[in-house]
Design a protein. Structure first.
Length: 215
């Protein structure tokens, strides 16, 4: 049913400053822009809302609303709260990292996440923009049969509530598997998931659960 992503939409402070970042710096062409004075449901937008679209190579878009009459808290977003990850070819990481530095932009990286490598910028609206390149041979990290994503997500404490991960070690016969905030190891014989949690910040008591997987 769902064919893919058409667009993600975000608020922006200024459409032209946003265009300079996404089109001039990142190279995403501006493919559409129009003013919204009345919504499809009849709501007035005050002075009007400017809606703009920047297209990725696969045809999907990042879109923005400049809505000066509508309050919005623009701030420097933390990566965990909001970030946009755009896939690039591996050789583009070094080039875009150098380009960002040369232009005096905020840039972090290159970060090795085992299955991807990434650099990070901040756009004019405070959003974290990640450019990421896949690492060849690590495709299994996104294979749910090998990543144990469901087991990790379903790991619960004795009271039935989800516990914050402190560390998670995943060992699998076929290949090393990486998950965010998890240690990565390989074992020729082990086939299990071992996760250690800290329950509570004060006591720092540890709790270990082992999840068996099918041979």
């Amino acid at each position: 049913m769902i064919k893919g992503l058409h667009h993600n939409a975000y608020r922006c402070r200024d459409s032209e400053e946003t265009r300079k970042f996404y089109e001039d710096f990142l190279g995403l062409p501006l493919v559409n822009a129009f003013k919204i004075e009345t919504t499809m449901t009849g709501r007035k937008t005050g002075a009007g809302v400017l809606h703009s679209f920047f297209q990725l190579d696969d045809g999907s878009c990042l879109a923005f609303f400049e809505a000066p009459d509508m309050p919005f808290e623009f701030k420097e977003q933390h990566d965990f709260d909001l970030h946009i990850a755009l896939e690039v070819e591996p050789e583009a990481l070094e080039r875009m990292f150098a380009k960002g530095k040369a232009e005096g932009r905020e840039v972090r990286g290159i970060s090795d996440h085992k299955f991807i490598r990434s650099i990070y910028f901040r756009d004019p609206n405070g959003y974290v923009i990640e450019l990421t390149a896949k690492v060849p041979g690590r495709e299994s990290a996104m294979d749910p049969k090998k990543s144990h994503a469901r087991e990790i997500l379903n790991a619960k404490g004795s009271a039935g509530s989800y516990l914050p991960f402190s560390t998670a070690t995943i060992a699998c016969r076929e290949t090393p598997i990486f998950a965010a905030n998890c240690a990565c190891v390989q074992s020729s014989s082990a086939r299990h998931i071992r996760m250690r949690f800290f329950i509570g910040n004060a006591s720092r008591r540890s709790h270990t659960r082992v999840h068996k997987t099918q041979p």
